[in-house]
Design a protein around this ligand. Sequence first.
Ligand code: GLC
Length: 640
Amino acid sequence: MSLDQVVEAVVGPVVDPLDPADAAVFRARLERHLPDLRGLLEDLYGARDDFDQSFAAIVETAAVAFAARPADLKALDAARSGEPGWFRSHRMMGGVCYVDRFAGTIDGVCQRISYFEELGLTYLHLMPLYRTPPGGGDGGYAVSSYREVAPHLGTMRDLEVLARDLRARGISLVLDLVFNHTADDHQWAVAAREGDEVYRDFYFMFPDREMPDRYEKTLREIFPDVRRGSFTEVDGDWVWTTFHSYQWDLDYSNPAVFRHMLGEMLFLANVGAEVLRLDAVPFIWKQEGTPSENLPEAHTIIRAFNALVRLAAPAMVFKSEAIVHPDDVLSYLGTGDGDGRECEISYNPLLMVELWEALATGYTALLRHSMDRRFTRNPDGTAWVNYVRGHDDIGWGFADEDADDLGIHGFYHRQYLNRFYTGEEPGSFASGLPFQFNPETLDMRISGTTASLCGLERALEAHDPSAVDAAVGRILLIHSIVLAMGGIPLIFLGDEIGTLNDYTYLDDPDHAADSRWVHRPVFDWARADQRHDAGSIPGRIHGGLQALTAIRTREPAFSAGSSTVVLDVGNPHVFAVVKSVGERRILILGSFVSTPTTIESDQIPWLNAASARDLVTGRAVDPKKDFVLGSYGFAWIALS
Ligand code: GLC
């Protein structure tokens, strides 16, 4: 039998009983994507004797998921086929929260949709909400079952209802696919532990230290505070655990792992996820003698998964979570098309860390240099997710080469930034905490909410109104850049009302050892209730952000497909960019110092504009005059 016949033998019985129009849709997609898919899977598994059967079983999994896909989601698939770049629009606006911390339950989130609408959200990432081991499993990133919601949050049915309600109000649901590892109490891990050979092959399990020692020669430690090395001893076996000891890494060199995870992925697509955040993508392929991060096979796996999503649930896209060297971050965006289609969107950790770097130093040279060099490199058909912070720590992931170009020593600069954000450096305004200090490399990352890292906590403690103004200014400044750069801005919900660090995590034995909980507080609705009081701190921040998002939704120059030119306007404290699409040009300016700073008129590229107006203040700008930015001031100047 030819491979096509093998495929037909599994697909026919699934799609033939469907409505003929549906069956025709699936067959048309097969015709279009099967050759690419086959090439990708051959690269991964082609050398195996059972390749044909594995390939057919993988396609069958996609066909079964297609057959089970609800009609409203199939309609969304059809609509999106006419609008493939939907996630690149300037109207996209993201928010992220923990279900329990934000609203108690999934049903509670449903009751808060109007809060999202007020902020103009079109994208809502709910942090992992699946069943986990007792204690919450790394904030949900240890998944015990991809098909069960954690009981205290609700049910899968509630999630389906929420997805539908959000969609009806123009908000896409974003869920995590934690596919590098499962929790150690996932049924696959339990079977492996009980000695079932099929499931032992799902993981990396070794009877002694020989292989772990060989692998560890070239591995980096991710959670050195938790456990040294990357393996954990379990009942006499050494199991690969990159992160926590209860998160068992899956072995994707086994096609059965690929197929099982595909089933989980398409299940979530059919629940209504429109974006899947692929967790920890760099780690999914391992090879002795390498760091086992960012290997070519990791890309092939995601590309193959993507081709399968095109078959079964094409309205959905992938978002990459790769917190690695900027070149590697970029690589997960693939080529944007064909068999190079990989993750359509990606976190942009570089912009994030360099905004914090510029706030600490008051200088924008590194931010300018890296953005000039790297921001526009994402392929057509993809978009950055721009954010000022997320649920994780801040690790200083700028490229050493970029720093070198400016005479900045990467290692010492990171040490300085760590001192600055833990408040040790003289002149620091920040209240951050250390995360995962590694005594051998001196590497460390930073925890803290946006407001506390921006100085609000200290300013309030000191009862210093001008320091409060500066902190609010910093919060709005960095958000103004994230909103203007192009791509999907993402707000960690709570930041819009200036939420401070929450030190009560130290009282919770499940959280006390993980300082990231300091910036994951329970959402303070009493604080949020002040958001319409323009004189309150929550009101100043929320109002400021709302005004900016409202402008943004009217300006295609802020879409992911617009052009971005980073400028040097002769003032080392200012970040300047021209965003444009067609005739529309908007000059973005932001100052990273607390004192007023001037940009000389002849340094500003007025681009022969007949008129210039700051969209933020609504005021006309005179191109013949120097432009002054106030303390942490910013402007979005439309040139026409
Ligand atoms: C990702 C998550 C992080 C988690 C890790 C392991 O990096 O963002 O919170 O600890 O993956 O799943």
